[in-house]
Ligand binder design. Structure first.
Ligand code: NAD
Ligand code: DAU
Length: 345
């Protein structure tokens, strides 16, 4: 029986990976190692919590002793690293945790994985490592030009993974996914944040002119992309995972409001995010060659079905928007909203 260690498996994308594979692959053991930061949530894993091939360990990927012990106890074959501080705005307010988890944490995982002689290390990375792409599409060999502390820390983690492959021969693959949406996403990210705020009739703080472009990838497609690279990716290679569905933030906001039947005058144009990348866009042909294609259409049912999921699952998100979130909201949005312009001005 194979064992896969899923670090960060209580977060948005990691938990989708676990929910999907635990049920589909009963002959494989899945061990989640997660520190349960504000973004980690065991409710994301309720669907599999009683399955015999699912195990949970609370711990920090930067704690090499914990990682070593987990790898040995469960006789881990493959490590899939989702664990990260993942929110750009928080990396502008407090970058230290990003360096600690996204760089030092990856280093500790790599050291322990090398010592344990694991079969394959999968690093989940992001299109943000390429930086702003004014035109055209990033290919896997393009230079890294990260612009936020988040994307710089993800680039640093990725470069360590590459170095352990080249220097120590560790079997590694890297995925670079685009902007991911779907159920169970912590409600600080654009789609769940705007959906849940609009449901409560609260203002939607759209940064700058709202014409920044993101590539909207459904979490189920992202998970299948990571699984494809884990199973069939060539050692040492990185793979873009792109839905090739580019939309401006303004279009996304309008889709959310239309789905909920809420008015456009909830939108507030607030001062822009510092260092805000204008556009991300990637070339997906390398992963297509492994047989993967996205199945969800964002402007079809992808966005609308996701908005409906938040509308129908208040039990999941409402508790997350109290306590720590309120403090974050105050720090991130109070001054911005005070300086806001209504739509059309
Ligand atoms: P998330 O913030 O929802 O989840 C991160 C998880 O990691 C949480 O469960 C958290 O508790 C855990 N974690 C954080 N620090 C840890 C540590 N030191 N040790 C152990 N666990 C720790 O993030 P997500 O959106 O699910 O993203 C998962 C991965 O995918 C990240 O590496 C992110 O960079 C990457 N990614 C995200 C997107 C996106 O749009 N969300 C797109 C491309 C790539
Ligand atoms: O592109 C992949 C990346 O996508 C991942 O690597 C990150 O982990 C993930 O958080 C996401 O980063 P973004 O910065 O693109 O996501 P976010 O949801 O924070 O913002 C999406 C866009 O919406 C971005 O252009 C900023 C804008 N935005 C966001 C928020 C939260 C607003 O205009 N207002 C907001 O309040």
């Amino acid at each position: 029986m194979k064992t896969i260690l899923v670090t960060g498996g209580a977060g948005f994308i990691g938990s989708a990976f676990v929910r999907e594979l635990v049920l589909r692959q009963p002959e494989t053991n899945f061990v989640v190692l997660d520190r349960l930061t504000y973004a980690g949530n065991l409710n994301n894993l309720l669907a599999v919590s009683d399955e015999p091939n699912y195990h949970f360990v609370r711990g920090d990927i930067a704690d090499e002793a914990v990682v070593q012990q987990t790898l040995a106890t469960y006789e881990v074959d493959i490590v899939v690293n989702f664990a990260a501080e993942s929110h750009v705005d928080r990396s502008i307010l407090a970058p230290g945790a990003f360096i600690q988890t996204d760089v030092v944490g990856v280093y500790a995982l790599l050291e322990a994985s090398l010592a344990a002689g694991i079969e394959r290390f999968v690093q989940v990375s992001t299109d943000e490592v390429y930086g702003d792409v004014a035109e055209g599409y990033s290919t896997e060999d393009d230079a890294f030009l990260p612009n936020s502390p988040y994307s710089a820390s993800k680039a640093g983690g990725e470069l360590l993974v590459r170095a352990y492959h080249v220097t120590h021969g560790l079997d590694c693959v890297i995925t670079r996914g685009s902007n991911t949406y779907g159920p169970y996403q912590y409600p600080e990210k654009l789609l769940p944040f705007f959906t849940t705020e609009a449901m409560d009739g609260r203002p939607l703080p759209l940064y700058g002119d709202g014409l920044q472009v993101r590539d909207w990838l459904h979490v189920e497609d992202h998970v299948r992309g990571i699984q494809t690279v884990m199973e069939r990716g060539a050692s040492g290679e990185a793979y873009n995972i792109t839905a090739e569905q580019l939309h401006t933030n303004r279009e996304v906001t309008q889709l959310i409001l239309r789905t909920l039947g809420r008015p456009a005058d909830l939108i507030r144009h607030v001062p822009d995010r510092e260092g805000h990348d204008r556009r991300y866009a990637m070339d997906g042909r390398k992963l297509h060659d492994l047989g993967w294609r996205p199945q969800h259409v964002f402007a079809g049912d992808g966005c609308a079905a996701t908005v409906r999921w938040y509308a129908e699952n208040e039990w999941w998100w409402r508790p997350l928007k109290s306590g720590e979130f309120k403090q974050y909201y105050q720090e991130q949005y109070a001054a911005r909203l005070a300086a806001a312009k209504p739509p059309g001005s």
